[in-house]
Design a protein around this ligand. Structure first.
Ligand code: NAD
Length: 428
């Protein structure tokens, strides 16, 4: 067997665990040898699961990254505003890093990480997991095959889903941009990455509109209580009630995401206790959220290609859903991640339909992307040949962050045109 790759994981929440489950499928090629989180019960549970010795269970990423390298590679799955210091400290120790997105809500910090990666000669791969799905790889390969000629325009929709918005962007970790990131960066840097990748050119200008329209006190049903309890007059009928979002599925034995974000202990008692006092038990109309619930972005690329992107909370569904229409000089592609279907219509020619595109990677988060990125990252570290044009290394990732943060500047400025090159220079 080749040398086993050892891994240190910082941040043992939803993402840290998702990548760890994905790693389980790589067998003896990898071993998780160290872990860190500021919540002691997470460290203990995770440490026990991977038989990590006590001396390699750390009370924070800072502690783990203080003195010496304890593994071959570092996974950084801590909150958005920690990534910068954890990635910089990891690079200083000589780690190759799998880094959660967004890299940082501060663009100059993204440039700093890219610079340090170059100086230290280490790899930083950012978790733009969509590129690692069979679905988007199929779409990219169809475009690159030339079957629809040159790409002229892309129309992309991100259907967030009402309960996902409420969970993550109203009650949850990414509800307030000052604590985390603007939504166009946090949620949609994936989409900006995919658009820039599919067009294959640099985005030169953006304009954007969007706002928070619904999840605020003025929109609350009459008499809605500040915490979501049975005393609220709309408790049973509100689509956002904790009964509908968390308790009913848990009673049916479902403790998967997003319920496992509310409690990592899969019991009804633990869930109810968290809902009684924690952030996920708040009324969605009475939180401290400030991120948008809908946003549109217009993008202009360097060859004159255009794209329109729309992100909206007010959509229904149970799983991830992105719709992408690619229009080329010789045909069009209609790609629905929700339906797992890609249709190619050549003008005056044949139509092809690809169904169940993601089937080979079913069972992993983000349509297989969580597994795909971990697999490619480990392949890369083992020195295997990984198609470099598919890799989201830190330099490639700067583009998605420049586009997203330029779009946020435009939105905040009432939709003004932002020149992405000028924006990047100003924020370097
Ligand atoms: N790639 C994707 O598609 C994707 C999807 C969702 C979230 N994310 C990103 O992943 C990151 C983690 O998100 P999550 O959903 O796992 O959040 P989470 O809150 O479930 O997990 C974060 C963990 O980091 C821990 N933590 C906080 N400060 C720490 C420190 N100083 N040292 C060590 N641990 C610390 C927290 O206690 C928590 O357990 C965020 O940046 C988020 O934006 C990426």
């Amino acid at each position: 067997m080749d040398k086993q790759i050892t891994i240190a994981v910082a941040g043992l929440g939803s993402r840290g665990n998702a990548y760890s489950y994905a790693l389980d499928n790589l067998g003896d090629r990898v071993k998780i040898v160290a872990c860190a989180d500021i919540l002691p019960d997470r460290v203990e549970r995770y440490g026990d699961r991977y038989s990590i010795p006590q001396e390699l269970r750390f009370s924070s990423a800072e502690e783990m990254l203080k003195t010496e390298k304890v593994a071959d590679v570092l996974f950084v799955a801590t909150p958005d505003r920690c990534h910068y210091r954890h990635a910089m400290a990891g690079l200083d120790l000589g780690y190759d890093i799998l880094l959660e997105k967004p890299v940082s809500p501060v663009l100059s910090e993204c440039f700093d990480i890219a610079k340090k990666a170059k100086e230290t000669g280490r790899r930083v791969i950012v978790c733009h997991v969509l590129r690692y799905t069979a679905f988007y790889r199929k779409l990219k390969s169809l475009i690159d095959s030339g079957v629809i000629g040159d790409v002229v325009n892309i129309k992309a929709d991100e259907r967030v889903i009402y309960w996902h918005q409420a969970h993550s962007f109203v009650r949850g970790n990414w509800s307030n941009s000052k604590r985390s990131s603007p939504m166009i960066l946090q949620k949609c840097c994936h989409d900006m990455d995919i658009l820039h990748w599919l067009v294959g050119k640099r985005c030169v200008a953006v304009s954007s509109f969007g706002s928070l329209t619904h999840y605020k006190p003025s929109e609350a049903p009459e008499g809605a209580t500040e915490r979501c309890t049975e005393s609220c007059p709309v408790y049973m009928s509100c689509p956002y009630s904790v009964e509908n979002c968390y308790i009913a599925p848990a009673r049916g034995g479902n403790f998967s995401w997003p319920i496992d974000v509310v409690t990592q202990v899969p019991t009804l008692d633990a869930l109810l206790e968290n809902l009684k006092t924690g952030p996920y038990g708040r009324c969605v109309y009475h939180c401290d959220n400030d991120v948008v619930d809908h946003q549109v972005v217009n993008l202009l690329f360097e060859g004159g290609e255009t794209a329109t992107f729309s992100m909206c909370a007010f959509t229904a569904g149970t799983s991830w859903g992105r719709e992408t229409y690619v229009m080329g000089t010789k045909g069009e592609i209609i790609a629905s991640s929700g339906k797992d279907r890609i249709e190619v219509n050549v003008f005056g020619g044949a139509s092809d339909v690809y169904e169940n595109v993601s089937s080979e990677t079913d069972g992993f988060g983000h349509g297989g992307g969580d597994y795909g990125i971990v697999r490619d990252f480990i392949d890369l570290i083992e020195g295997k040949d990984v198609t470099s044009s598919y890799l989201t290394d830190i330099d490639e990732t700067l583009e998605s962050h420049i586009i997203a943060l330029s779009a946020e500047e435009s939105r905040v400025g009432g939709g003004k045109l932002v020149d992405t090159k000028e924006f990047a220079e100003r924020n370097r």
